[in-house]
Write a protein that binds this ligand. Sequence first.
Ligand code: ADP
Ligand code: MG
Length: 683
Amino acid sequence: SGGATTKDNAVVSSVINPWTGMPYSQSYYEILEKRKTLPVWQQKDEFLKALKANQCIILVGETGSGKTTQIPQFVLESVNAETPDGKRMMIACTQPRRVAAMSVSRRVAEEMDVKIGEEVGYTIRFEDCSSTSKTLLKYLTDGMLLREAMADPLLERYKVIILDEAHERTLATDVLFGLLKKVLRNRPDLKLVVMSATLEAEKFQGYFSGAYCMKVPGRLHPVEILYSEEPEKNYVEATIRTVVQIHMFEGPGDVLVFLTGEEEIEDVCRKIDKEIAKLGDQSGPVKVLPLYSTLPPAVQQKIFEPVSSGRKIVVSTNIAETSLTIDGIVYVIDPGFSKQKVYSPRGCVESLLVSPISKASACQRAGRAGRTRPGKCFRLYTEKSFHNHLEAQTCPEILRSNLANTVLTLKKLGIDDLVHFDLMDPPAPETVMRALEVLYSLGALDDEGNLTKLGEIMSEFPLDPQMSKMLIFSPGFHCSNEILSICSMLSVPNCFLRPREARKAADEAKAKFGHMDGDHITLLNVYHTYKKNDEDPVWCCQNFVNEKALKAADNVRQQLAQIMARFNLKLCSTDFKSGDYYINIRKALLAGYFMQVAHLESNTGHYSTVKDNQVVHLHPSSCLDHKPEWIVYHEYVLTSRNFIRTVTNICGDWLAEIMIALEKSGKKLGYGGLTLKDRKQTT
Ligand code: ADP
Ligand code: MG
């Protein structure tokens, strides 16, 4: 045991890294010693034997046992040891979260002593950091593996596919389960490893019948659970109070706080800093670090760095529940909420809502406190509410999603019989029917439910069907340049910054971009002005514009433009001086979003949706300063009220006009099936 001696090092550093042909660096050996202490190393031989003997393995292991970082390396070594020289085998490891794919692949590249993007890479939507000729181990989001399957249905470039974080049961992972079951039958040489942090393994084993199941015992220390005596009125305040108490009265050890989203996290980080500063020198120093998905990678990496003195306090979204493991955590604060997707099939609306977590989630969160030594978990809810009000498991995402995009992907993958497609938890037939209807009315499916030519093209865009439809038809409205920019802006996080201490200035800055026709055009204004100012960071800062978001939009725009070029979709604009410049853009919005129109009811003064007569309210973030009679909206936000966000004024008369135009141009392009007529409901 123990680290390598100097003498050993002198010997081993002449060892050549087989992946790069270069001698290993010093840090390789240092990390290797740490890696060897991870629980999965105890079962390396057992795992590799099982991999040889079985086509499908289910690996269950406590979070932090080394599944995500180590297993893919074991697999890579083993499959490449057997192959004749020259041809190296590629491995994929999926992650439900973009951040995890990025962060873990960087760590693994470091562990293997290679450069990220070369032998080890990652692929997430709109960002590919991998090399076709070099990459052997690729971490990618589950959604991206599904996209790859569209072009390569048997996933032939991979020798082993690892579906990680299977317990999260994301929509894309569930679809991959069904797809890979089929692929395994057609490719006896392919192997599948399903990794999960919880003991739902029996369910997985029943589904992948015949799979070899392996458990990695964790090395959890006891965690003391403390509940609130009374329900908390305000969980944010309770969180801050608890952090301060831990810092004042508990022994050394880092703190992990679970909150729901970026804004809340940034706010709480600031408040914790303030409260602890008030304590003065009597308490030791703290380092408060936020962790959420849109944080730049360099900042994320800070989470893993040990602090030289004092206490580290990480305030994180659900990412830290199972995807990322931070060493040294002794105290966990669990207010009991996370942002979850909810879906109401009635209005076909999907929303992110702050909702109570499940018991399983609460246990995972508590477990994060006991990795290094005995820890404590402060649940900011009562014991009674834990037992009586929390669901046992989080409901799989597929049961609370709008399936339009998924059905389109499946159709493109050649899976037409959705009823008999083998899913672990099949969605309600009503939800599938709704998705088929949406795709049919967009013209992606024909009367027989087959993919149209338009549907094929739509499926090539990594966007929602409405958005890809709008983009595909935008050249016909002479504004594809502008619609492309709007799509890009809609695909990145909110570009308007609104810091608490400068709200008024931020609102004034935003108002300058405001366009009387609405928010889509306001977004276009921001993008244009950003480009006109040569992407100047100072300009961004002065105008409360999120530079990261704009940069990302620029990148998205380039990638979407490439896909458009592949299908000969021209980039064009209406003359800016023409009276039709904005009219054309607003009409083009309707080409994709004609199902998302609301009308102002003169008797009540409320908007109601045209599709299903729901009362909706303009979101306070809207730049519209009046209430136009007709509006098209980008999204429906279900919070305390039904809000519609990102809205633009349209003309009621355009609806019929556009439907006729769509049908005509659809026919001309051979797209077919673009009608509004009601479709018989057949099963
Ligand atoms: P599992 O997938 O079983 O939850 P992981 O493979 O993610 O476990 O983590 C194994 C170990 O690797 C943990 O101790 C974690 O702290 C460490 N680790 C992961 N990513 C990083 C990183 N970027 N920097 C430092 N350590 C890391
Ligand atoms: Mg993991």
